[in-house]
Design a protein around this ligand. Structure first.
Ligand code: MF3
Ligand code: CO
Ligand code: CO
Length: 275
């Protein structure tokens, strides 16, 4: 049996497997955190250029987060020591910022999660570095379409499988591989909460969506096979066949009629090209 808990903005919440149904004040908190997250990604646009280190981008994320009175959700999370994830080319997710510089032609996902007033605004976008090959650009475009097609299915009465299915069908129509090893998640007071939001599935299956649910959708799509491999740093996931991988992520809340996207860009920079 699925356990539901009704949550008001100031409740203390645990990662206990229960599905939380958040109230209007909670949605306001998530909207504020989500907009901070989106504003940080917006601000990175002019900095994501050939020659910049991913560490320099992490510094901007940390500074903007702290200046806004928030804390980076990833900082100190299970031993992670950075304020964002930077996943370049064949890196699927959780790339660690460092001395590595971005090169002309790279594609990179930057994933931020400022925690503002206790609310986690979790979002990521792809960035194109300099001149990017058409094959890579197409992967990025289709991955964004996958996210938005999934979000279209996020409404009361639908089930998680409707979201998963919409994403899988679109990716596989382009002969891309949908990553199975990582998924979206409940979010809110807790960074990674129930439910798991997988990106492949069958329509009409899984948890029924109800107003008040808050979760992420964050498909990782590979040009090649879905399989991933973990690097020795314990965080970085790469495609096993070294094919390019892309990802976009939004945090959303189910409303009476559909959903609210907390992490939409306030300046329309939701996907490239950003120029
Ligand atoms: N932001 C990632 C997500 O979408 C989680 C990153 S956890 C980290 O769920 F520790 F790797 F940063
Ligand atoms: Co997430
Ligand atoms: Co994220």
């Amino acid at each position: 049996m699925t356990q539901y808990i009704t949550v008001t903005a100031d409740d203390t919440i645990e990662r206990d497997g229960a599905i939380k149904l958040y109230d209007a004040a909670a949605f306001e908190g998530m909207q504020a955190a989500g907009q901070l997250a989106a504003t940080i990604l917006d601000a990175l646009v002019p900095h994501v250029v050939p020659g910049v280190t991913t560490e320099a981008l992490d510094d901007i994320v940390r500074r903007m987060t702290i200046d806004a009175g928030a804390v980076p959700g990833t900082l100190g999370y299970r031993g992670y020591t950075k304020s964002c994830c930077t996943s370049i080319n064949h890196v699927v997710c959780h790339g660690i910022p460092g001395e590595k510089t971005l090169k002309d032609g790279d594609i990179v996902n930057i994933d931020v999660t400022p925690v503002l007033g206790g609310w986690h605004g979790d979002t990521s976008r792809m960035f194109l570095v300099g001149d990017v090959a058409i094959k890579a650009k197409r992967l990025v475009d289709v991955t964004y379409e996958c996210l938005m097609l999934g979000i279209e299915q996020a409404k009361p009465g639908n089930r998680l499988g409707d979201i998963s299915h919409a994403i899988q069908v679109h990716a596989e129509k382009h002969r891309y591989g949908v990553v199975r090893d990582f998924c979206g998640h409940g979010v809110g007071r807790v960074f990674h909460d129930a439910p798991e939001v997988v990106h492949v599935g069958r329509p009409g299956t899984g948890l029924e969506l109800k107003p008040g649910m808050i979760f992420t959708i964050e498909p990782m799509i590979n040009i090649g096979r879905p399989d991933v491999k973990m690097l020795d740093d314990g965080w970085t996931a790469v495609t096993r066949d070294r094919s390019l991988s892309a990802q976009f992520e939004h945090s959303i809340g189910i409303t009476e009629t559909g959903c609210q996207i907390f992490t939409k860009s306030p300046t329309g920079l939701d996907h490239p090209p950003y120029a």
